[in-house]
Design a protein around this ligand. Sequence first.
Ligand SMILES: C[S@@+](CC[C@H](N)C(=O)[O-])C[C@H]1O[C@@H](n2cnc3c(N)ncnc32)[C@H](O)[C@@H]1O
Length: 280
Amino acid sequence: MVIGNVEGLFEARGIGKPVIHDLTLEGIPKDERALFWTSYVPTYHRTLGTTTTQDLWRRFQDVAVRSIPRVSDGQPSYALDMGCGDGRITEALLAGTKAHIVAVDGTRAFLDRAQERLSEHRDVRSRVALCQMDLTQDPWQLPGDSFSMATANFVIQYLSRGEQEYVINRAAQALNIGGELLLSTFTGVPFKKVVPFIMMGDAVRALRHPSRFKGIADTIRNIPVTKRFDQFAEAGLGHNSTLDELDMMHTKAGLTFEVVDEFKVWPKGTYGVITRGKKF
Ligand SMILES: C[S@@+](CC[C@H](N)C(=O)[O-])C[C@H]1O[C@@H](n2cnc3c(N)ncnc32)[C@H](O)[C@@H]1O
């Protein structure tokens, strides 16, 4: 699925042949994670309905919007939003910058939501292309390899360590020299401790002791996928990389690495981080 004519813009700039066309079936993740994500779509907006999650998303949006003028230096800029979900980061980039944006996600139902969200914006058709693509599958089919920025807000922790390395490497290849990769992810404790806390059976325990979980009890209550997540064995592939691992993956991909924001999240000992890699 492709919405918008960013490929036309790439063609106009003479940056290779536009290859995004119908990526639909080929691009769908084949494992159970696709089912998990599809089942998550109807309630995703509730997960992001708390002040805590809204704050996390706002932090990332701010960093991303502020980065665009820095990296584009007056030139037209192209941004790649990886795992765009229902389009919240894409929307901030659309509203807050002049960048053209290629937003990709593996889940068709999320892209439909993103399309709904973005359709109100005046120049969405000329500035945004929504594409269905599994970030972990080779080859990536993007309209060009000349992005000023690539973003993935709370996406990579759902991938295995090896898949994260692949995605960081591919993103680095898609960037211009000087282009930036902005990621947010969880770190500090293993992924398996975070996800059960939010989504799996342990969430039920959290509801029984709401005072221990303060503001997040509402988030948990609002995720009816709580039980179903257990059935998705593949979801257990997720991995919270340490900062050292992230640093190593960036370095291997030809990127510098810095942490631009770090905030305590749940459960105890877990941090959300926003990182920046710059292609040199
Ligand atoms: C927690 S959501 C974050 C969405 C969005 N970045 C945001 O800030 O709201 C994770 C997203 O990653 C997408 N995703 C997970 N694994 C993926 C993969 N292998 N390829 C493409 N998208 C993937 C999911 O479909 C989902 O939309």
